[in-house]
Ligand binder design. Sequence first.
Ligand code: T5A
Length: 209
Amino acid sequence: MTKGLFITFEGPDGSGKTTQISRLAKWLEERGFAVVCTREPGGTVAAEKIRDIVLDPELPIKAEAETLLYLAARAEHVEKIIAPALAVGKIVLCDRFSDSTFVYQGITRGMNLEKLRIMNTFATKGLEPDITFLLDGSPELLEARRQKRGVQDRFELEGLAFQQKVRDGFMQLAREEEKRIKVVYALQDLDTVTEAIMSQVEKIICNRL
Ligand code: T5A
């Protein structure tokens, strides 16, 4: 591929993004593709420090400050990790990106979505994913998975009503951008979820070659 491929994974907390990214990365690497796996907030030294702040449930932050921190982390991440990898033809698999800001800070926290989109474009310099997998599932069933895993961050502590708003927010975005955002039901067995994702990625790669 002459131009890289930017794939993002979105969905409620604990929906299986990290697990599916590592499975897809293995599958792509076995086929000879150069893959970069990364996450938001995070991906660079500074952005990982911002991650520690924004996810710390013991540290209260105003919604505006929280939003700016997520966007600052993203600006770092795009400039230093994502854009350079795409420029040399790599496939970037990113655990959360702009859609998380639109859902968590916009739709769920109630910040103005249009303003958020403008600020986000400033942070990303207009970079958008080629395809986004939205791992969707009922908050009650995902809660059981999160509890098994243990530690909870700021948003995971907000309860089921909050997680339902998050789910509805992502589904709203998926309806608005049907072509880019592919909804995958997360509460199937691991292999079925992976196959649904791989078949879409295979199609895109074949169209690009
Ligand atoms: N955020 C982020 C914002 O508010 N604004 C933003 O702009 C951005 C970028 C990130 C938080 O930051 C917020 C949103 C988030 O609340 P995080 O720690 O990265 O925090 O949280 P998550 O993205 O939710 O990551 P998690 O690690 O919590 O969940 P994953 O990655 O979706 O799930 P995963 O793969 O770790 O799986 C969870 C458990 O389920 C099992 C796994 O083995 C694991 O134990 N599992 C399955 N079990 C059975 N069947 C399956 N199909 C399974 N898939 C996974």
